[in-house]
Design a protein around this ligand. Structure first.
Ligand SMILES: Nc1nc2c(ncn2[C@@H]2O[C@H](COP(=O)(O)OP(=O)(O)OP(=O)(O)O)[C@@H](O)[C@H]2O)c(=O)[nH]1
Ligand SMILES: [Mg+2]
Ligand SMILES: [Zn+2]
Length: 296
């Protein structure tokens, strides 16, 4: 009889899965054929039962991301570069929306702060102050190591997933945390020019008692699985104020008596943030219905 063990998938390449057990021994395994028949695909982050040849069971997931393809994460380290590529509030708000929708805690990390003048950085910081009411914001540089202690403190002993645009500096951040990793990074111009990402697969790397997952970045974010009128639930700054809207189902786009629109006009909600909300709302409205979750 084969001995059954418990472990966690940390890597998947070409149908083979690396599973780590509690003594940190790594096994390379195939899943049982039954998963394919049931249309279940094991994922990095999955807790599994395995024997010497195969993954034989997958435990229920506490959360389940599609892009990156990973499950059971505690928090997302959302990496945004201050420059190269230029900082974008729209991109930040798009990522936050997707992470919130997956019920994962986002940590905002602004990388490459060494590339900004003091004046530019102060301007950015003053706008991002608004976000600090709801999220932890860390300023970081893999060149000067500014913010390293804060990144270590927040990510230690948790399962972290790095998320962010291609070239934002995710792999560089990991290399700064642990220089022995020596993960491949690339010049941003080259990465974008090739139309490829430097990091091509998702992998969980042991980090204290936890893990951190490097992931391929995105050049474009799409809301293929979303409905426009659910987006408002992923903006924590809207929650309390929305109770003051005249209509219970207010989408905060055009309704009379909308407390959110009033708050934007009074400066209680950052106008850029609200504009991004409208942008995302309209982008989803314009999506072709065949991509929508309810019609799959
Ligand atoms: N000046 C400066 N450059 C940085 C910093 N972090 C990363 N870079 C540079 O930015 C480029 C892209 O960095 P990567 O770490 O490969 O970016 P990535 O987010 O992993 O990109 P993908 O794997 O394509 O998603 C590299 O040339 C890095 O040297 C930083 O803090 N300061
Ligand atoms: Mg990378
Ligand atoms: Zn409203």
């Amino acid at each position: 009889m084969c001995l059954e063990k418990e472990g966690k998938i940390i890597k998947s390449i070409g149908g083979l899965y690396s599973v780590i057990d509690e003594s940190k021994v790594i096994y390379v395994l195939k899943p049982l054929g039954v998963f394919r028949h049931k249309n279940i695909q094991p994922k990095v982050g999955d807790f599994v039962i395995f024997n010497e040849d195969s993954i034989i069971d997958i435990k229920d997931r506490s959360n389940d991301l599609y892009r990156p393809f990973i499950a059971n994460v505690d928090q997302a380290l959302l990496v945004n570069s201050a420059k190269q590529p230029d900082f974008s509030f729209l991109l930040l708000d798009k990522f936050l929306t997707i992470i919130e929708a997956n019920n994962i805690k986002p940590i905002i990390i602004i990388t490459k702060v060494d590339l900004m003048s003091e004046e530019e950085l102060n301007k950015l910081k003053s706008k991002l102050k608004y976000y600090e009411k709801f999220y932890k914001v860390i300023y970081f540089s893999s060149k000067t190591k500014e913010g390293l202690t804060e990144v270590l403190d927040i990510s230690r002993d948790k399962v972290n997933v790095l998320s962010g645009q291609t070239g934002a500096g995710k792999s560089s951040l990991l290399n700064t945390i642990n220089p022995e990793l020596n993960i491949e990074t690339n010049e941003i111009s080259k990465a974008l020019g090739r139309g490829k990402h430097t990091t091509r697969h998702v992998e969980l790397i042991s980090f204290g008692e936890g893990f951190i997952a490097d992931t391929p970045g995105f050049s474009k974010l799409e809301f293929v699985d979303f409905q426009a009128d659910e987006i408002r639930y992923y903006f924590p700054d809207f929650f309390e104020l929305a109770k003051g809207c005249r209509f219970y189902e207010c989408t905060h786009i055009h309704e009379p008596g909308c407390r959110i629109i009033e708050a934007v006009n009074k400066g209680e909600i950052l106008r850029e943030r609200y504009d991004d909300y409208k942008f995302i709302f309209n982008e989803i409205k314009l999506q072709k219905p065949r991509y929508r979750r309810d019609e799959k």
